[in-house]
Design a protein around this ligand. Structure first.
Ligand code: UFG
Length: 342
């Protein structure tokens, strides 16, 4: 019998890629998603890639009774990957209560159900946002955390502390938090990818939509930072590489090779790329020019951050594979596919 994994937020951007990678190595995947930032068609797309239809239920994890029933009707789940969360930084400033409630209470409900239904393993979606603007680069897992820049970021910081404390007093629960840097790109099949609602907040969807003619112009937020070309630096990680890190984390937990019952890892490439570099790499990879202008800095942006991935490399045995150029090309192929561009 295949080992069962629950993926919350499994129709979302990173979640859908993780489902495909889990299925590829033989896990039976069950998805819970409230479709607040995705569509049910993603399940069809996953099936097209893997040939296997994942289990799928639509509800919000704040519905505790429903979640309890889910575990009763789906016994034998060995691990959970908890992606389901709100993730828009700007929106979180406008709606802090919604963010704290959704992101924290859903994690608490999952943890309660893990104890009650004897699910021993959890992989949690965290973020490099927990570091704020670090004093030293690259950031290691032990780089001191700064105050979060937004309620969204704070939900990730608090979630990590919550996890640590809960694991501490629950010997039957093991958890790994993965601190993602900036996930970009799409599945090579172009059947799944990032589907932002409305105007994209993130750089790469804005680039691909500008290249597709949906947006007139990309605004680059600032060229007066203390970086090589003055634009901000991030560590852009291919979403399929990122998805694979989850499979490794799940296997580590299931096979009890974890050193501590709560572990956390940076998941990035280890390389910083500036906004202008990303734009120019995209243009070179795709042959499509991006209309852009330099505008004022965006409030809350940090100047530069990139990961020290030694822990992920040596302890998890995971390493980012895809180049920035190939990853940007995959994002463009996805954009072309959904817009019917030849
Ligand atoms: N940028 C632009 N123009 C745009 C959009 C972005 O110049 O239209 C720039 C930003 O100023 C930044 C870089 O591109 O320098 C990356 O911006 P994103 O919005 O794509 O990503 P962020 O690094 O701001 O945010 C990401 C995740 C958050 C997470 C954060 C942690 O989206 O969920 O990393 O640092 F909290």
């Amino acid at each position: 019998m295949n080992r069962k994994v629950l993926v919350t937020g499994g129709t979302g951007y990173i979640g859908s890629h993780a489902v495909v990678e889990l299925q590829a190595v033989g896990f039976e995947v069950l998805i819970i998603d409230d479709l607040s930032n995705s569509t049910a068609e993603v399940v069809d797309q996953i099936e097209k890639i893997s040939g296997i239809r994942p289990g799928f239920e639509v509800f919000n994890l704040l519905e505790y009774e429903r979640l309890q029933t889910f575990f009763v009707t789906n016994p034998g789940i060995e691990a959970i990957i908890h992606f389901a969360a709100f993730k828009a930084v700007g929106e979180s400033v406008e709606k802090p209560l919604a963010y704290y409630r959704n992101n924290l209470v859903s994690l608490m409900n999952i943890l309660d159900c893990m104890s009650e239904h004897k699910v021993p393993n959890l992989v949690f979606s965290s973020s490099c946002t927990v570091y704020g603007q670090p004093d030293q680069l690259p950031v290691t897992e032990t780089t001191p955390k700064k105050d979060a820049e937004s309620p969204y970021g704070n939900t990730k910081a608090i979630s990590e502390e919550l996890l640590r404390d809960v694991v501490n007093v629950n010997p039957e629960i093991n958890a790994i938090a993965l601190r993602y840097f900036n996930p970009i790109g799409a599945h090579p099949s172009a059947l799944i990818g990032e589907l932002p609602r409305g105007i994209p907040n993130n750089l790469v969807p804005f680039i691909t939509q500008t290249a597709a003619g949906i947006r007139e112009q990309l605004s680059i937020y600032g060229d007066d930072y203390n970086t090589s070309d003055g634009s901000c630096v991030r560590d852009y990680i291919n979403v399929v590489d990122l998805a694979k890190a989850h499979v490794i984390a799940i296997n580590r937990l299931i096979s009890h090779t974890n050193n501590d019952r709560y572990e956390f890892f940076n998941i990035g490439t280890g390389n910083g790329a500036s906004v202008l570099e990303v734009v120019h790499t995209f243009e070179k990879a795709t042959g499509v020019n991006v209309n852009y202008k330099i505008v004022a800095r965006r409030a809350g942006d940090i100047e530069k951050i990139y990961a020290d991935t030694t822990m992920a490399n040596n302890v998890l045995g995971w390493k980012a594979q895809a180049s920035l150029s190939d990853t940007l090309l995959s994002a463009w192929n996805w954009e072309k596919k959904i817009r019917n561009i030849k």
